[in-house]
Design a protein around this ligand. Structure first.
Ligand code: ASP
Length: 334
């Protein structure tokens, strides 16, 4: 009888342990915007899906080997930075002057350490530079030449600015410059910017086997940006945030709104202080707060139990997730 009781007790303990053990999870986005089935060729769609799946699998492999959530965020974002498809790294959009100025941030939910670089032009993988800032320097954020000098000293891969030139993004800039001229000549006409050229910002949120959260975001910003404009992506609390007490968040959308509404931190605060779920907190900010004021975009949100949400108020958002089973799930449209 006593033996049976011991066996039952240990079985219960195993079940409880299995339930309590955090399951690894990686959620990613590749930007939000006017992404519709009509605006996409089958070939393009396959390329986006395959690249996102590859990034998800890369990050998942890191987590399965016991790597940290920070390692997974960096590894998965590097895949998207190296692809010309997304508005980050290689595929970054052009500024008004025809340059590529990249922004990125990373945050560790366990330590609340964070690192960011903004307006950098020669660092191949800005997410790795953001991580170096986080781990190897007292400042949280570095910009322009200073950040580039630091990255060079840290031995990161430096490229000629021409590495970031792609025909698609160059054409995107020419279209925007034309629209700008038309607007100046005809101030009352409503000539909208084409956000096809902008919706590629990438981001990742991860939960590792030790139960720690991390978030990262990387972007080329907005096509035709001027005067050293910096968006929300490298700003902790706006486009990127992670805290083990609440959630990890990475955003994409019109950065000015995400900065003013401190979107990433607001989502975390609703989860922490109001006890909202990841879905509720995401919907509250992305739909109820941003949508009425015209702040278009979305976010990915992940908590320590592996619950995640991917709200967006645009037509589409490149997004996906992968858990312990190693099967990548990729979605694009509503
Ligand atoms: N949030 C980015 C920025 O404003 C752009 C985007 O996500 O599409 O720089």
């Amino acid at each position: 009888m006593k033996r049976i009781a011991i066996v039952v007790a240990s079985l219960i303990a195993i079940t409880v342990n299995a339930q309590e053990k955090p399951h690894i999870m990686l959620v990613m986005h590749g930007g939000a915007g006017t992404i519709t089935r009509g605006s996409m060729t089958a070939e393009m769609e396959t390329q986006y899906r395959d690249t996102l799946a590859q990034a998800l699998k890369t990050g998942q492999a890191v987590l399965m080997k016991g790597g940290s959530s920070i390692d997974a965020v960096e590894a998965s974002i590097r895949i998207l930075e190296d692809s010309p498809l997304f508005n980050a790294g290689k595929g970054a959009v052009f500024t008004h002057e025809g340059k590529n100025e990249l922004d990125s941030a990373i945050m560790d939910g366990k330590t609340k350490k964070a690192g960011a670089v903004a307006g950098v032009t020669i660092i191949r993988n800005p997410i790795t530079a953001a991580r170096a800032v986080m781990e190897k320097s007292p400042p949280v954020m570095m910009t322009g030449r200073g950040a580039e000098l630091f990255a060079t000293k840290m031995g990161l891969e430096i490229v000629d600015p021409s590495y970031f030139w792609t025909e698609r993004r160059w054409k995107g800039l020419q279209q925007e410059l034309l629209k700008e001229q038309q607007r100046q000549a005809n101030p009352h006409a409503s000539i909208k910017s084409d956000d096809e050229t902008r919706h590629g910002t990438v981001g990742a949120v991860a939960l590792d086997a030790a139960g720690n959260l991390a978030a990262g975001t990387s972007t080329g910003g907005t096509t035709n940006k001027q005067y050293g404009r910096i968006g929300d992506s490298p700003i902790i609390g706006a486009g990127t945030y992670a805290d083990n007490e609440s959630v990890a968040v990475s955003c994409t959308g019109t950065g000015e709104f995400f900065i003013r509404w401190t979107v990433a931190h607001d989502i975390a605060a609703l989860y922490l202080y109001k006890g909202m779920t990841v879905e509720q907190a995401g919907n509250e900010v992305i739909h109820k707060k941003l949508e009425p004021v015209g702040g278009d975009g979305g976010a990915i949100i992940l908590d320590r139990k592996g619950n995640f949400a991917m709200p967006f108020n645009s037509e589409g958002m490149y997004r996906g997730w992968i858990g312990p089973d190693g099967v990548p799930h990729v979605e694009i449209y509503k």
